[in-house]
Design a binder for this molecule. Structure first.
Ligand code: FPP
Length: 266
């Protein structure tokens, strides 16, 4: 007789699991993406790394439109981290020129698509031409009330949290905030996603491309309950179908926020 103490589990590997996107199913209101793999995409083609970033910019355009069509409300894209300054000067200069090219060529379409541009990060350290392009795009799309295209530019989550703590400490010192008044919501308001309505501040789904499975100082507070999705696709190869597969994976998750689903409570 074979004694079985545990029910046999169905074996699967994530690679074998095919997620089927349900157009009628839930679409995450806020999706955040770590766009990784531009350099490898270029190197695979014996091209300079910056060619990968250029192609990555085209992917940003396609994914923005696709996310908008699917009804996503906020798309946060990690475009340049506070650590990316360590890259070679030529690459940094190219990455600082990208938003200029992107907004110069794409703002008319963003307006047509009713997309509003937002940027979060330490913008004051960006070169003037980058800051100007960002400001122009924000102004030109300010009237739009569709998808929020939120670029994390010179962004780092630990720095963001430190800045928020410093602001709250200052407010406590000036008697504008009580120590007991520092709640989850108040911290959320002081973070760089604080400009968003409360229900949209935290991404429901975080995607990272290129096979790397880490968070790299991105939205550390905000992703406390986010669903994470990692794909081997390099960012320039990521397309609408990949996005739908990521959402399909999200649609299959059992989101419990530390509690239990109604049906599991019985
Ligand atoms: C990471 O890939 C990617 C970046 C550091 C830059 C991301 C920027 C874009 C996709 C373009 C953004 C567009 C706008 C409009 C701002 P990597 O270079 O680290 O790739 P690797 O790991 O293969 O070297």
């Amino acid at each position: 007789m074979v004694l079985r103490f545990f029910p046999q589990k169905q074996k699967y590997t994530p690679e074998e699991t095919s997620f089927v996107f349900d157009p009628e199913g839930a679409v995450p209101k806020h999706i955040a993406i770590i766009m990784d793999g531009n350099g490898r995409w270029a190197q695979n083609r014996r091209l300079p790394r910056i060619a990968g970033h250029k192609e990555g910019m085209e992917t940003v355009k396609k994914i923005t439109k696709h996310a908008n069509r699917l009804g996503v409300k906020v798309l946060t894209l990690y475009a340049f981290s506070t650590e990316n300054w360590k890259r070679p000067e030529e690459e940094v200069n190219f990455l600082m020129q990208l938003p200029v090219d992107f907004f110069d060529t794409f703002v008319p379409e963003l307006i047509e698509e009713n997309v509003q541009v937002h940027v979060m990060g330490y913008e004051e350290y960006l070169p003037t031409h980058t800051q100007d392009a960002v400001k122009r795009a924000i102004e030109q799309t300010a009237q739009n009330d569709g998808l929020v295209l939120n670029f994390a530019l010179n962004y780092g989550s630990r720095a963001e949290i430190i800045t928020a703590i410093q602001q709250m400490a200052e407010e406590v010192k000036n008697d504008e905030l009580a120590v007991e008044g520092i709640t989850d919501d108040v911290v959320g308001e002081h973070l760089m996603t604080g400009f968003l309505p409360k229900e949209l501040r935290d991404p429901e789904l975080v995607v990272r491309t290129s096979g790397e499975e880490r968070i790299s100082n991105f939205l550390l507070w905000q992703l406390a309950y986010s669903e994470l999705y990692f794909t081997k696709a390099l960012w320039p190869d990521f397309d609408g179908e990949h996005l739908e597969t990521a959402i399909a994976s999200f649609q299959q998750r059992n989101r419990r926020f530390g509690g239990l689903k109604k049906e599991d409570k019985k």
